[in-house]
Design a protein. Structure first.
Length: 261
């Protein structure tokens, strides 16, 4: 079950790459009335030419969520935006607590109502023929004051995203860069740093490298790998993802498609 949870978090949080047409990770918003989604991407809709809203369909039942991005203005060739998201992970956490085949948290622990709020600022500009985005944000975890530290799920990608509920708050910094390579192919690389001040296990870094094949401004295919490093209760650990999981043959990259209409 831990492997399954890692797979879902990996796919739904880690495959996104930026361009003016595919603007999920950038300061750009979708055009008014435009839709965008993918196998493991959030479903996004352009409310106006400078604002879009998104939900993760795979997470909608077990982790109700919503994200809104507002593009503001251009300053010295940088397009600036803010992005705000809310998550409610309690249904998922309660569903994997207890005794049984698909339970990974002991029944001695209980998860209260938890709410995660992320507020980020993004800035995007054209650089050397590619697109550079830098971002910084504050993470808030509400309702976790009485959480038992022993109830944590100590696996990459999952632990850093749940740490905010144990710590109460955190910071996130990152940068993305994408650039055309040849023909329909382009490349993408990024890095994200999670910090939880005051926590003994409060530093996590994630980076991914993607190769992207774009058929049109309505369809593209992405594949690549992710590298993670973190300070966990069992010690510092780094890992290349995907690892050998039931959902992936050993050595196969992450694969996703995106569509827009």
């Amino acid at each position: 079950m831990k492997q399954f949870l890692l797979t879902v978090i990996l796919l739904c949080n880690c495959i996104n790459a930026q361009s003016k047409n595919w603007s999920l990770g950038t300061a750009y918003s979708l055009n008014k009335g435009q839709w965008e989604s993918g196998l493991f991407q959030p479903l996004r809709y352009g409310i106006s030419d400078n604002k879009d809203i998104a939900v993760h369909p795979i997470f909608a039942v077990m982790i109700p969520n919503v994200m809104v991005k507002q593009t503001w203005k251009e300053v010295n060739n940088w397009t600036v935006a803010t992005r705000h998201s809310v998550y409610y992970p309690t249904p998922l956490l309660q569903s994997i607590t207890g005794a049984g085949k698909f339970k990974i948290v002991s029944s001695q622990f209980e998860f209260p109502n938890l709410i995660g709020i992320n507020n980020e600022m993004l800035a995007t500009r054209v650089l050397s023929g590619g697109l550079l985005t830098v971002k910084a944000g504050a993470l808030l975890g509400l309702g976790g004051r009485d959480l038992n530290p022993l109830s944590s799920i100590d696996v990459p990608l999952v632990y850093p995203r749940l740490s905010v509920y144990y710590n109460g708050w955190g910071l996130r910094f990152g940068a993305d860069y994408s650039k055309p390579l040849t023909g329909r192919w382009s490349g993408f690389v990024d890095g994200d740093l999670f910090l939880y001040p005051g926590n003994s296990y409060g530093l996590f870094y994630e980076s991914k490298v993607l190769l992207i094949w774009t058929k049109s401004n309505r369809f593209r295919l992405m594949l690549g790998y992710k590298i993670t490093y973190g300070e966990y209760p069992y010690g510092a650990h780094w890992q290349i993802l995907p690892p050998k999981l039931p959902t992936f043959s050993s050595g196969w990259p992450l694969i996703d498609v995106q569509i827009s209409w």
